[in-house]
Design a protein around this ligand. Sequence first.
Ligand SMILES: [Fe+2]
Length: 475
Amino acid sequence: MRNPQVLIVDDSKTIRSVICSQLKRHSIDVTEAVDGLEGLALTRENHYDLVITDITMPGINGYQLCSEIKNNPDTQSTPVIILSSNEKNEHIEKGFEVGAAAYVTKNNARQELIPYIQEILNRSKILRDRLVLVVDDSKYILKIVDAGLSAAGFKVVTASNGAEAFEIVSQVAPDLILSDICMPVMDGIEFCEKVQNHPDLSHIPFVIMSSGSDRRTMRELLHKGAAAFLVKPFNIDQLVITAEKLLSDHFRILLQQRELLKKERTLLMGSITSLVQALEARDSYTRGHSDTVSFLSVKTAEKLRLPEKDVERIEFAAKLHDLGKIGIRDDILLKNGPLSEQEFSVIKKHPILGAEILKPIPSMEDIIPAVLHHHEKMNGSGYPHGLTTTEIPLWARIISVSDVYDALTTDRPYKKAFTHKAAMEFIEDKADNELCPECTRAFQAVMSDFQPETVKRISMAAVCPGRKLPTLSPC
Ligand SMILES: [Fe+2]
């Protein structure tokens, strides 16, 4: 990570070198300018995270330098600290008028400068690249808010009504939304509801800005998920503080949640993988079955052009599709021969058992239907619920084809493994009646894409205990 870049503008060599050595001790890279003009030229050529400037200097003074930096769209987000020996209120006020982020007197610099610098650098790190969407039908308000937020370091995009804003939000998710209520085409209420009801957008903090007479509507919107409201007319400082607060708190919480989720997923994957390995270790004939089914289901899902997010979850669901077999007694699961009707009815419980194992885990919610229904058939003759056609979830229909292929091409004590050709003929025969025709076509296309050698290795892997897929290494 690069060090923060700070520009010091002061005509006193002594002051420059004192600040310089102080900043270097905090791993800050410093550039020096001997007067305002040199400082201005440097800000136009390079990017600085912060400018510290004296006031009284030859050429242009510190106020003029600050004002030039703030009036240039390329540098307006660079924070400026004014460092002066002048402690009069009117000088301090003038500093803020030209857009300085802090005013530090040279007498207090030893104690105050470093904490100010750290605070400003932290704040601009939070704001850098944060996109705010401002929605208002008043061009005047859009202009003022845009200018205020841009000057504070935000990136801003604007829209004049809810419909236009929703189109923008669907393309580039902003980090924060500020919206008026009364607007033509789509008002702020409908826009807020659309954002809050969208699973990929509901996490974006939504701030309502409206006049005092809309207080009741604003309160309703707060109930519906809006994060805050600003009563018009508000001043820009108030707006910037609200935006900073929402983004910094929000950012921190989101990061924490993401970290927790990542940890939970890793732990969960670890324990479930061990569970599946333990299940398959009981039966050498089905060892590697979940890996083969998972590999082929992923290829089929990709062939069906499903979104990447779905393909990832299908991979996971296919790995766990037979998880419920962990609850089936050994004398039935490992029986060396055909099953009696009663024994088969016990085996048929495994999709329900699998779904029950996964039910208490919130992050598994989306894959439960695939596990529960992977033995359903298109004509309703499957189990556990006898669902038909599109009642069967798509992920379950995809897994089902690969499951049938792998079961057929696996040697069992009571049956010889089918050849690849015979298994494909069986699948073709069952398309429509038992297997989903669309998924079968995709599966057939996957198989025809493979080189004959690869197909042979899939089949070989299927009949070899201890097989490993998707690497497809010969066993
Ligand atoms: Fe199964």
